[in-house]
Ligand binder design. Structure first.
Ligand code: RI2
Length: 329
């Protein structure tokens, strides 16, 4: 699959797959960057350029199956090839659209920070799960506005992305306490608001996010704590409106237990889903760069962002085709 694809581009794909580059927004920007690099490094004839870029696009989209931000970013950049032009013009168009995506994505995160921070009250205790740049932006912006807040940040096993959140909030001067995932229900008694990110928002307003999010939402629901999701609009899934299910990525058992342990205890099965689904009933609002919406308004965002809902893009579908064995939502 990687034949004749430049090494720099294959490295980005590997980094996304192995989660050295992670986070739904970051992988989307890295995907756009990979397409840009691929275009700039292309050395073949102009007649083969489109085919070559499609192979690169498929490689990028195949790296992780759940976050729709990735195929949405790739589709956005690949639209550059719909216009006629010579090779130089096509390369320029890809570079332009990749830069456009990256810039607007970073801007969206900043905007979400401002909009979301308005929903954080002085004195709030916030709970967050995993590491979401958008959720952290909301919390840090509220802190910079002078609101006195305290944060509980879950560890987020098995990959401990919660430690990234902990460090980011500490560095920003936020009062943050790390808790094991299993302490969420106990801690919820002290919490006023939950703020988490999203990998995919479906047309019915369900939020696919790091595994454990739905338990956080359930505990919040029980304790009557409001749940906010911070998500850029490119995390909304046009394919879901056409009935295409979201694949929940299952990762290697070695993220849970060591290979040696597995070797020693032959036959033991490990289930390691990377994401889960929080139904819209457990979410109070989704904070996007175009405003705060109730989850049930997700379909409106999809119409606004992707126009009339036509059958989903081939690349979005391709992302959902490569793992038949997964769990679907
Ligand atoms: P931002 C992450 O996925 C987490 O689930 C996080 O909540 C979500 O992406 C959104 O992150 P992973 O890559 O785009 O850690 O807000 O599996 O940074």
């Amino acid at each position: 699959m990687t034949e004749n694809i430049p090494r720099e581009v294959v490295i980005i794909a590997d980094d996304i797959r192995s989660m050295r580059i992670r986070g739904a927004g970051r992988i989307a920007r890295a995907g756009a960057e990979a397409l840009k690099k691929a275009a700039q490094l292309y050395q073949g004839p102009s007649s083969d350029f489109r085919k070559y870029m499609e192979r690169v696009a498929s490689l990028i989209v195949s790296t992780r199956p759940t976050a729709v931000s990735l195929p949405n970013a790739v589709s956005y950049v690949m639209r550059a090839l719909e216009a006629e032009g010579d090779l130089r013009e096509m390369v320029e168009a890809v570079v332009r659209r990749a830069d456009e995506f990256i810039e607007s994505s970073l801007k969206a995160v900043r905007r979400i920070g401002v909009i979301g921070a308005r929903r954080i009250m002085d004195g709030d205790v916030i709970l967050t799960h995993c590491h979401s740049t958008a959720a952290v932006q909301v919390i840090v912006t509220a802190h910079r506005m002078g609101k006195k807040i305290r944060v509980f940040s879950t560890e987020t096993r098995p990959k401990f992305q919660g430690r990234i959140t902990y460090r980011a909030l500490r560095e920003a001067g936020v009062d943050v306490t790390q808790i094991p995932d299993s302490a969420v229900r106990s801690a919820m008694k002290m919490v006023d608001r939950v703020v988490v990110g999203a990998d995919t928002v479906t047309s019915d307003g369900a939020v696919v996010n790091k595994v454990g999010t739905s338990q956080v939402a359930l505990a919040a629901h029980e304790a009557r704590v409001r749940v906010f999701v911070a998500a850029e609009t490119y995390k909304f899934s046009p394919a879901s409106a056409a009935g295409v299910p979201v694949i929940i990525e299952e990762r290697d058992p070695s993220e849970i237990v060591s290979r040696e342990w597995l070797e020693k205890h032959k036959g033991i099965r490990v289930y390691n889903p990377a994401f889960d689904v929080t139904p819209p009933e457990y979410i109070d609002a989704i904070v996007t760069e175009i405003g705060v919406i109730p989850p049930k308004a997700a379909i409106m965002v999809l119409k606004e962002r992707f126009g009339e809902l036509k059958p989903p893009d081939r690349l979005v579908l391709a992302a959902r085709d490569h793992d038949e064995a997964g769990v679907y939502y």
